[in-house]
Design a protein around this ligand. Structure first.
Ligand code: NAP
Ligand code: MG
Length: 491
């Protein structure tokens, strides 16, 4: 009898592991060839008469074209929002506003598949993430803030909270639908009306949201969706009829906005960049910590403001952590974002890929050691293998500047004081992570790390009830939770 060939047990992860493709169907995504501006409850042609394309970054194919709003279009949208504010929304009892917000939440849930597929097509993120994170969390934000709409007197006891008026909201391309939800839900709950501009690269789910506003019979003008590039955003910021600017994006543009509104009386919340420290102590559950680090930096291709992009590992476990991370990197699948097996999808744009590649060169020139997984990547589209840098100095640009891609720097440390100093040695202060078995260490670090959010033995956890926002150059103001209401009321 022929002996079965013995399979030697491979302890190393097998980089050639193959899964059968499991693509999500595109049929759920109904995308028009062209989208106009959503003003006063209707889609209207732009005064600019201009349109620009939005592409699928995984294939470089054009998905649709959207209107490029100019200052006249912005003016029309702001006037519609002002009119809706004075005539309808401000006067409506909170319990009536809540019904609309609940309806929007439910409709997002009902159309979750369509939203997920469009989010993945337009932005390049893995379908697993848009399906299991972006879309459900967006719906949850609307549910959560619907609950506050008729309870503002309990949110602000004895303070008579009043809405601000028209909120101009400008969002980035990394979580397009979710950022729209973070902005729109608290504004509506508190009785404000909205002019929202999604990012040039990812306008489609915000425009789909406009469909929902129509179906939900949200009064015309309460939310207006204006597409365009940076100039459109600037026109919103500079419009005299806007009472509040809610901005999420880069620190550079945040500073421009701050200068533009200085002295105008406009209120602002700025959610800007980050360079979060993720800290592993020797007493941590190492395998769990390694998973947390992987989630912290490779989630959404590292296009996450609170990404754990600087890893600090206590010296005694440094070698073990680096070895385990390299092994884990080899198992990550990079490729078709619509495939349910994919861990790392497409980089959002050609421009962002060029920025990431520039930093990979800078890191090597600075003397750091680069390690990339051997994952196969598609020949078309914008892709980057998961990358880690060791032998990194605190002063290196790759350890100081936000790369906004799947790139992790790793440094070692010996004492608590040393790692606190290194972790805080950054212009940013959005988030941080601590991995340890000791509650006392968690409390010590959470009080000393200058970051808006500090996760302990987990990372990248979001909930509508928790406030989120930064210190230092990561901005000011909070979104989420009761704190998220403050940015939209005056007393
Ligand atoms: P960005 O270039 O600052 O763009 C953000 C938004 O502002 C986009 O809609 C953009 O339009 C618009 N914009 C550009 N120039 C403007 C101007 N002069 N005036 C008004 N609006 C203008 O940022 P990004 O590259 O899209 O996004 C990545 C950045 O966002 C990262 O730094 C990341 O850390 C940060 N972010 C922060 C958070 C947070 O909560 N703290 C969350 C997510 C992302 P176009 O895209 O059409 O040019
Ligand atoms: Mg796109």
């Amino acid at each position: 009898m022929a002996k079965a060939k013995s399979n030697t047990l491979k302890l190393k992860f097998d980089s050639a592991r193959n899964y059968a493709p499991a693509p999500e169907s595109k049929s759920a995504a109904k995308i028009n060839a062209r989208y106009d501006l959503f003003i006063n409850g209707k889609f209207e042609k732009p005064a600019s008469k201009k349109y620009f394309a939005t592409i699928n970054p995984a294939t470089e194919e054009k998905l649709s074209e959207v209107a490029d709003a100019n200052a006249a279009d912005v003016d029309k949208a702001v006037k519609a929002a002002r009119n809706a504010y004075g005539k309808t929304w401000k006067k409506m009892p909170g319990k009536e506003r809540a019904k609309y917000i609940y309806r929007i939440a439910r409709m997002i849930q009902e159309r979750a598949r369509e939203f997920s597929v469009i989010e993945t097509l337009d932005g390049g993120k893995p379908i697993r993430e848009s399906r299991d994170f972006d879309v459900p969390t967006a719906a949850n934000h609307f549910f959560y803030y619907a609950g506050w709409a008729d309870k503002l007197e309990y949110a602000f006891p004895n303070r008579n909270a009043q809405p601000l008026g028209v909120a101009g909201q400008i969002i980035p391309w990394n979580f397009p639908l979710l950022m729209a939800a973070w902005k729109i839900a608290p504004a509506l709950a508190t009785g404000n009306t909205v002019v929202l501009k999604p990012a040039e690269n990812t306008p489609l789910t915000a425009l789909k949201l406009a469909d929902i506003f129509q179906e939900a019979e949200l009064p015309p003008g309460v939310v207006n969706i204006i597409t365009g590039a940076g100039a459109t955003g600037a026109a919103i910021v500079n419009h005299a009829g806007v009472d509040k600017i809610a901005f999420t994006g880069s620190t550079d543009v945040g500073k421009i906005i701050q200068k533009a509104i200085a002295g105008t009386g406009k209120k602002a919340t700025l959610e800007l960049g980050g360079k979060a420290a993720n800290i592993i102590f020797e007493d941590a559950a190492i395998d769990q910590a390694v998973e947390g680090v992987v989630n912290g930096i490779f989630f959404n291709q590292g296009h996450v403001c609170c990404a754990g992009s600087r890893l600090y590992v206590q010296e005694s476990v440094y070698k073990e952590v680096v070895r385990k991370l390299k092994d884990r990197l080899e198992t990550m699948i990079v490729g078709d974002p619509l495939d349910k097996n994919t861990d790392i999808g497409a980089i959002n744009s050609k421009e962002q890929l060029a920025i990431i590649n520039k930093y990979l060169k800078i890191g090597q020139a600075e003397g750091a050691e680069m390690y990339q997984s051997s994952a196969a990547i598609p020949s078309k589209g914008f892709f980057c293998r998961p990358t880690i840098f060791t032998n990194v100095a605190q002063s290196n640009r790759i350890a100081q500047e936000e790369i906004f891609g799947p790139v992790l720097t790793i440094q070692s440390f010996r004492t608590d004081d040393e790692v606190i100093e290194k972790a805080n040695n950054t212009p940013y202060g959005l988030s941080a992570g601590v991995w340890t078995d000791k509650g006392s260490k968690i409390f010590n670090l959470t009080t000393k790390l200058r970051a808006g959010v500090v996760w302990a033995n987990t990372f990248n956890q979001f909930d509508p009830t928790s406030p989120f926002g930064g210190y230092k150059e990561s901005g000011y103001g909070r979104e989420g939770g009761l704190h998220g209401l403050y940015g939209y009321v005056r007393f």
